[in-house]
Design a protein around this ligand. Structure first.
Ligand SMILES: C[S@@+](CC[C@H](N)C(=O)[O-])C[C@H]1O[C@@H](n2cnc3c(N)ncnc32)[C@H](O)[C@@H]1O
Length: 341
């Protein structure tokens, strides 16, 4: 919301477009109101006053008007064209090779709308949300659902070879034995989702889950390793084939020592200014040691208490182990770095 009367030049709806007066019994979103004169009555009645609205505080959301369709985010359109020459990666799902039932249960996905909103408080209107390490799509689906609910036109790009992590391979045999799985059924035995031909079908499950969740318009998978994906996006940006680098990068990939250091280094290079680089699984030794080392070398300024505590979780407060690095020690932990220059 705006704090004073300012002329808006954006592309918000006009009262004419929404039919003049508001429908009866419309209340809008209470999160929009509360700054003195910014009340539902003063901003929405008898018809929306457009000087009240800005960014994600749209007239549609705040006054409870029918939303305009969001459409496909610009970066998704561009990447589909630049990388896939407009081939629809989800189209395999309609073929005999793509008969995968969605499986959405993945307890280790730790990205929540609350965590996303903390990140978005630093970069309110990102155009690209890059996730490195997406597995079967749980966190990407959370990202797209949350971005859409905030009416943000932010493409979610998912870089992952979709071939699993060390433990998924190392533990597969024991997992089968523990669950008494003797037959090789279609993608039915453990996180690798290996089929009867010995192929992991994580990628196909990702596609099926995204389609089932209705986010094919916002989520684009890039089936390459982290370093290839990060360098590829930087190349596309430098060649002017995408207009901007990602403003937010969420790293949740191999978690291996040494590899994580390479990933954060490349991710930081690619990240827009302002931008947030954050990741999951602080409790993993490889993640913790590499992120700490990287953050120490960066020599960032100290985050203020106000900035740091935007990342407090309901049962634990954020800490700052080295200047500029915020860590929340819950659900395996999350870490964050902010790029200001
Ligand atoms: C913990 S899972 C990601 C979970 C997902 N972010 C979620 O919360 O729903 C880790 C993923 O990292 C991927 N991965 C492993 N090595 C990678 C690499 N070098 N580059 C990118 N992704 C990698 C694996 O294929 C796996 O899908």
């Amino acid at each position: 919301m705006r704090y004073g009367p300012v002329l808006l030049l954006g592309s918000l709806v006009t009262a004419q477009e929404v039919g003049g007066k508001l429908p009866e019994n419309t209340w809008g979103d209470p999160d929009c109101f509360g700054y003195g004169s910014l009340t539902f009555e003063s901003c929405c009645l008898p018809q929306p006053r457009f000087e009240c609205f800005e960014g994600t505080f749209t007239a549609e959301r705040c006054c409870g008007l029918p939303e305009k369709p969001l459409g496909v985010p610009e970066v998704i359109t561009r990447l589909r064209e630049e990388l896939f020459t407009n081939q629809d990666v989800y189209s395999i799902l309609g073929t005999v090779c793509g008969q995968y039932q969605p499986q959405l249960r993945y307890p280790d996905s730790h990205l929540t709308p609350a965590l996303m909103k903390s990140v978005l408080s630093f970069v309110p209107e990102p155009r690209m949300w890059l996730e490195v390490g997406s597995f079967i799509g749980s966190s990407a689906i959370t990202a797209a659902t949350t971005l859409k609910s905030l009416r943000l036109s932010t493409g979610v790009v998912c870089v992952d070879p979709f071939t699993g992590m060390v433990d998924m391979w190392a533990d597969r045999k024991a997992f089968r034995e523990a669950f008494g799985l003797t037959q090789r059924r279609h993608v039915a035995d453990g996180p690798l989702l290996m089929d009867e031909f010995g192929h992991s079908r994580i990628y196909e499950m990702f596609l099926a889950n995204v389609r089932y969740s209705g986010h094919e318009d916002y989520i684009l998978p890039l089936r390459v390793s982290s370093i290839t994906g990060l360098r590829l996006l930087r190349t596309l940006f430098e060649q002017g084939r995408i207009d901007h680098p990602p403003e937010i990068i969420y790293l949740d990939s191999a978690h291996e020592a040494g590899e994580t250091l390479l990933e954060v280094t490349e991710a930081w290079r690619l990240l827009a200014v302002p931008g947030v680089l954050f990741g999951d699984d602080w409790s993993w030794p490889g993640v913790q040691s590499d992120v700490l080392r990287f953050a120490q070398d960066l020599q960032q300024r100290h985050l203020t208490d106000e900035e740091l505590h935007r990342f407090d979780w309901p049962t634990s407060s954020a800490i700052q182990p080295v200047p500029g690095l915020a860590v929340v020690d819950q659900d395996d932990g999350a870490w964050m770095l902010f790029k200001e220059s």
